[in-house]
Ligand binder design. Structure first.
Ligand SMILES: *Cc1c(COP(=O)(O)O)cnc(C)c1O
Length: 405
């Protein structure tokens, strides 16, 4: 077995915003014999998973599963719907939007990249004005990152859809939900999204290795005339074989066992409860940050992320030195600052398989780490978070009754 660095005792705190903590239930589900992916048992597994995925994406359309990281699903969304030289409209919300842009350019798309400050989401007014100016309908797609994992900023999708509709523009709307699906409310059909991109290793609580495209009817129609070269990523063959419960090539069987279990866990908790849990933990984390007298990177409170909180370091203090202290002392991994935010921010992941006391442990580690690393701060971050968690705790009598039943 690969030897992980040994720690004296207890569990590592994996508080990066993906990959997230994988529940034991899912690890056990993965630890089963690999079976014949052309056999009858497998078809049953696939069909149950596809139905469960539709519930999570909130769609009645097809969801295509790739044995790939999220980046593969980014590429799949583009090569299935667009043609060489097509213009697309994108927004510089942060590191992940910038990576998606680079990928689009490498595929030969002409990207109009609206500059951003890495502290705010996509402005629907800009979407509307850019599309309204485009009377020839040169833009073929608008691509938005729902939850920008590098900044902890969540763009609200319905106003983006409304902006596209007000401009009466036919561009496809593609949304990256890699760090929001199953953590922050999301509705593919109701919000009029054409392609939703997602990954396994964040809100879905799985190890890395699977990614997804939820495909709307308009995107499927576009895929029939799209001219970008595509082979492995083709939707049509996957969708056709999925109907019978199979895949065009060998699927990631054991990760699919895990996905089946993850979908069961989400169903048991109920998606509205999952979203409420994330929102409540995110609020606790922000109260802690304010209690430390530090600054939340996200500027606009309506765009606060339920999945993670990015925290600005005081000038002259290196976020990565602080993170190293926390890892060495408390065996906790916090998210690093990405590209232009390197050294300037650290990120607290509070998504996926998570509860109140895991959050408390996380925040205690941050507070003690700030002290040990000599970062100036006030001392009552954890206290503020505990107060919020205590006063918003579910009614304990009903919880106790449920446990007794
Ligand atoms: C993690 C993430 C990605 C990258 O996905 P990979 O699985 O690393 O390829 C893309 N977009 C967002 C918003 C992410 O959080």
């Amino acid at each position: 077995m690969f030897q992980l660095d040994s720690h004296p005792s207890g569990r590592h705190f994996l508080q990066i915003p993906g990959p997230t903590n994988v529940p034991d239930r899912i690890l056990r589900a993965i630890d089963q014999p690999t079976i014949d992916h052309r056999g009858p048992e497998f078809a049953r597994l696939t069909l149950e998973i596809l139905a469960g995925l539709q519930d999570v994406f909130r769609t009645t359309g097809p969801v295509v599963i790739y044995p790939a990281s999220g980046t593969g699903a980014w590429e799949a969304a583009l090569v299935n719907t667009l043609s060489p030289g097509d213009r697309v409209l994108m927004f510089e919300t942060g590191h992940f939007a910038t990576l998606w842009r680079t990928l689009a350019e490498r595929l030969g798309l002409a990207v109009d990249f609206v500059p951003g400050d890495w502290r705010s989401g996509v402005d629907p007014a800009v979407v509307e004005s850019r599309l309204a100016e485009d009377r020839a309908h040169a833009f073929k797609a608008v691509m938005v990152v729902h939850n920008e994992t590098s900044t902890g900023v969540t763009t609200r999708i319905p106003p983006i859809r409304e902006a596209i509709d007000r401009a009466a523009h036919p561009a496809l709307l593609m949304v990256d939900t890699i760090s929001s699906l199953a953590s922050i409310d999301y509705r593919h059909d109701e919000w009029g999204v054409d392609v939703t991109v997602a990954g396994s290793q964040k809100g879905l609580m799985l190890p890395p290795g699977l990614s997804f495209n939820a495909v709307g009817a308009k995107a499927l129609a576009a895929s029939r005339s799209a001219k970008l070269p595509r082979a492995y990523w083709r939707w049509d063959e996957a969708i056709a074989q999925n109907r019978q419960g199979y895949f065009p090539s060998t699927p990631a069987t054991n990760l699919l066992y895990g996905l089946h279990e993850a979908l069961a866990m989400l169903r048991e908790e109920g998606l509205p409860n999952v979203f409420a849990r994330h929102a409540r933990h995110a609020e606790a984390a922000r109260r802690a940050v304010r209690g430390w007298g530090l600054e939340i990177l996200c500027r606009n409170p309506t765009e606060y992320s339920g999945s993670l909180t990015a925290v600005l370091m005081p000038d002259g203090h290196d976020a990565d030195a602080f993170r190293r202290t926390v890892l060495a002392q408390f065996d906790m991994s916090l998210g690093t600052g990405l590209s232009r935010l390197a050294g300037r921010v650290f990120r607290i992941g509070h998504l996926g398989f998570f509860n109140d006391l895991m959050l408390c442990g996380t925040l205690c580690g941050v507070e003690m780490g700030l002290e040990l690393a000599g970062v100036p701060h006030r001392k009552n971050g954890v206290g503020e978070a505990l107060e919020w968690l205590r006063t918003t705790a579910a009614d304990t009598t009903t919880t106790a009754q449920r446990h007794a039943a």
